[in-house]
Design a protein around this ligand. Structure first.
Ligand code: DI6
Ligand code: FE
Length: 398
């Protein structure tokens, strides 16, 4: 076996479902892909240009943050203060704050400014071992500004060694030009924005916000029809603040994921289970908004719905740039197990992006995206708050 790099003397958490940790493991890479990951005793004879002694550190797949609004301008610290004084998220949104205040700042920013302001957030995530990140549009809400956001997101992937997956979220909020005319805005999303985004190859999926302060299930259904017509997979912000049946709708369209889900009901759980739609839980938003309603974890588990976790990094409801803290919140707020939290940021997150053949586990054939940790046991990744346990991050073998 010819390799470019071998990492030896490591403990491995492959994240292959059902696999045990490997006490004396080795990962070998060639041309950026894993050619072997397993017990050192099983490795075939190899020659390698470089051999790294990991000194018994743990190696996991690089982490995956599969739901973010990383690209945006401005911040909403003032709204945070208003909420501390008693205003609700929905009240602020209805008064033209909320998503629309970020829309104004994002429209005013250049593509370069969007990239520059997102880079520190991206770097914080990379410093925790993230190798793949999903980034949504949705703060432009007109064609030019949505395209600008998606270009900024793609540009981030050129500037750093990270896989950037983009999602068009035109149906995030109603822009002021369409006040009183949500269906007119959905016409624009379906008739102009999705075709333009698809023609430029700027989005890997289409998302929407199915909520009283967002769009109805019927409106989202039209967006999904347009996405499908352009060969784009879908996902949905569903059942965060109320139950509009968004998850069931998403499942009907074979959605990659349904996200948030605090108000998901049994029918929604069953629909997701039969469609194989991932439950993308966002504990940062739950925590930051001081939600009272927990997502139906026990029912999701019982139905075998794969559970993923992400930061939901956004200026309004989850100004969070730590995926490790999202894991801790998944455990403390949602009572997820350590194994569920780890799978939620690796293998199940890969599935939520349709990338399960590419990343999310240490398996021959996948991209060699590794996180090498200074920890004694994997539970520490979930247990600690504010720790910086990353020793090294490898992306595509480098
Ligand atoms: N749900 C969320 O949590 C974010 N978007 C969404 O649809 C919040 C976006 C914001 O408040 O800026
Ligand atoms: Fe979100």
């Amino acid at each position: 076996m010819h390799c470019d790099t071998v990492w030896r003397n490591a403990r491995l958490l492959t994240m292959i479902p059902g696999a045990s940790p490997i006490a004396d493991g080795l990962v070998a890479a060639r041309d950026g892909r894993i050619v072997f990951a397993g017990p050192a005793a099983d490795v075939p004879a190899f020659e390698s240009a470089q051999v790294v002694d990991c000194q018994r550190r743990w190696i996991t797949p690089a982490l995956i943050d599969a739901h973010t609004h990383l690209v945006h301008a401005g911040n909403r610290a003032r709204e945070f203060e208003l909420r501390l004084e008693g205003a609700s998220y929905e009240e602020i949104a209805r008064k033209g704050g909320g998503i629309l205040s970020t829309m104004r700042a994002t429209r005013a920013a250049s593509e370069e400014e969007l990239v520059a302001s997102a880079l520190p957030r991206l770097d914080a995530l990379l410093g925790e071992g993230v190798g793949t990140i999903e980034i949504k549009s949705g703060y432009g809400l007109d064609l030019a500004s949505e395209l600008k956001m998606l270009r900024a997101a793609r540009r981030l992937g050129d500037l750093r060694s990270v896989r950037v997956v983009t999602t068009f979220l035109g149906a995030h909020a109603l822009p002021p030009e369409f006040t009183g005319n949500p269906d007119g805005y959905i016409d624009l999303v379906c008739g102009e924005m999705i075709p333009a985004v698809a023609a430029e190859g700027l989005a890997d999926a289409v998302d929407g916000f199915c909520e009283g302060i967002g769009f109805s299930a019927a409106q989202i259904g039209r967006v999904f029809d347009a996405a499908k017509a352009h060969g784009l997979p879908v996902k949905l912000h569903a059942e965060q603040l109320s139950n509009l049946g968004g998850a069931t709708l998403a499942a009907r369209y074979g959605a990659l994921s349904a996200d948030h889900l605090e108000h998901l009901d049994e029918a929604g759980v069953a629909a997701m289970a039969s469609a194989g739609t991932v439950a993308m839980l966002l504990p940062g938003a739950y925590y930051f908004c001081r939600e009272a309603q927990l997502p139906p974890i026990v029912a999701l588990r019982a139905a075998g719905v794969p559970i993923a976790l992400a930061t939901d990094c956004n200026p309004g409801t989850s100004p969070l740039t730590s995926l490790l803290l999202a894991m801790n919140m998944g455990a403390t707020c949602f009572r997820l197990t350590v194994a569920e939290c780890l799978a939620g940021n690796t293998i199940n997150a890969a599935r939520a992006l349709g990338l399960e053949a590419e990343c999310g586990s240490l398996e021959a054939g996948k991209s060699c995206d590794l996180a090498i940790w200074d920890i004694e046991e994997p539970a520490e990744l979930v247990y600690r708050m504010g720790a910086r346990p990353l020793h090294a991050r490898i992306w595509r073998g480098i």
